[in-house]
Design a protein around this ligand. Structure first.
Ligand code: NAD
Length: 300
């Protein structure tokens, strides 16, 4: 069965829209998100435009703040402090990657964790690890929601997470191993968490044997075709996070997007599988909206 992230994300946008309408009807202001983008990375510009579009669709106010590639770290830090202190902004993100002369951790660490709707500040990550109320990184939050909406419980299951990045692999593993009662407010009720988690990465030996013991495999490596059918147990659930551009002369833009999974063959063995595009991507964007609403609610 295909895990239709596009459809589920549309459903959740509908739910958020209703909540925003209710705020308006009650005479309250609507939530506001700011997105800071530096330079002209085409992929980043596409992601930011999609986020702005999603905000508009649900009635969340959004502001794009663009800076040239040459901006200094100091100026960007000053912008972060300004946004931290602007009461009209409920949450903001600094779109990654940043140019190499700016240290990402310096910028992310300066964001007030209550406005950190990307869930990337050390404070939010630490709070998530300790099971305290926190804002969770959008992609893991979206994957957890996708599993929940398809009633795929993780309790007692062996989940293999491929990738150990701060934005996907690590927070995903933490969420999955947590006791469910520590889950975020507003999440669906399916029994998520309580999994036995194995984290794999580029130095992992014999990835195939490890994957063959998995009930659920979450792949976030950025390697097209990494997960093949021989690595997947019959009836497993496969979540493909990867977004890779591969050349395709027949595609209108000269490339197409593929994930990290050999979808054609793995889909014949998996009980559930998320496609690329249309799986995790839309869930990530809708999770940013959920995080913005969460930040707004905690503030008012
Ligand atoms: P990253 O480059 O920071 O991390 C990749 C991880 O994969 C690393 O920890 C590395 O050790 C591991 N890895 C690389 N090659 C491997 C291999 N052959 N075997 C096992 N592990 C391997 O990437 P990231 O930011 O976590 O993103 C991963 C992928 O997910 C990228 O394709 C990215 O574009 C995509 N992504 C998608 C979304 C979405 O919304 N769908 C969101 C974030 C990232």
């Amino acid at each position: 069965m295909i895990l239709d992230g596009k459809k589920i994300a549309a459903e959740i946008r509908g739910e958020i829209r209703e909540q925003v309408e209710a705020l308006k009807a009650a005479g309250k202001r609507v939530p506001k998100l700011a997105i800071v983008i530096v330079g002209h990375n085409p992929a980043s510009e596409t992601y930011v435009n999609n986020k702005l579009k999603a905000c508009a669709e649900v009635g969340i106010e959004a502001e794009k703040i663009a800076y040239p590639e040459e901006i200094t770290e100091q100026t960007l830090l000053a912008e972060v402090h300004r946004l931290n202190n602007d009461p009209s902004i409920d949450g903001f993100i600094v779109q990654l990657p940043l140019p190499s002369h700016i240290t990402e951790t310096t910028i992310l660490s300066a964001i007030d964790y209550r406005k950190d709707v990307d869930g990337l500040t050390p404070e939010n990550v630490g709070r998530t690890v300790q099971g305290l109320p926190s804002i969770v990184s959008a992609t893991p939050r979206g994957i957890r929601e996708l599993l929940a909406r398809y009633d795929i419980a993780t309790e007692g299951k062996h989940v293999v997470v491929i990738g150990r990045s701060n934005i996907v692999g690590k927070p995903m593993a933490i969420l999955l191993m947590q006791r469910p009662y520590l889950s975020l407010p507003g999440m669906s009720a399916a029994s998520l968490g309580d999994a036995t988690v194995t984290i794999c990465h580029s130095k992992t030996q014999d990835l195939k044997s490890i994957c063959l013991t998995a009930d659920i495999i979450i792949v976030a490596a950025g390697c097209p075709g990494l997960l093949t059918a021989e690595m997947v147990r019959e009836g497993a659930t496969v979540i493909d996070v990867g977004i890779n551009r591969v050349d395709d002369a027949n595609a209108p833009r000269g490339y197409r997007l593929v994930g990290d999974v050999d979808f054609e063959h793995v889909s014949q063995k998996a009980a559930y599988i998320s496609p690329v595009p249309g799986g995790v991507g839309p869930m990530t964007i809708v999770s940013l909206l959920q995080n913005t609403l969460q930040a707004y609610k905690c503030k008012v």
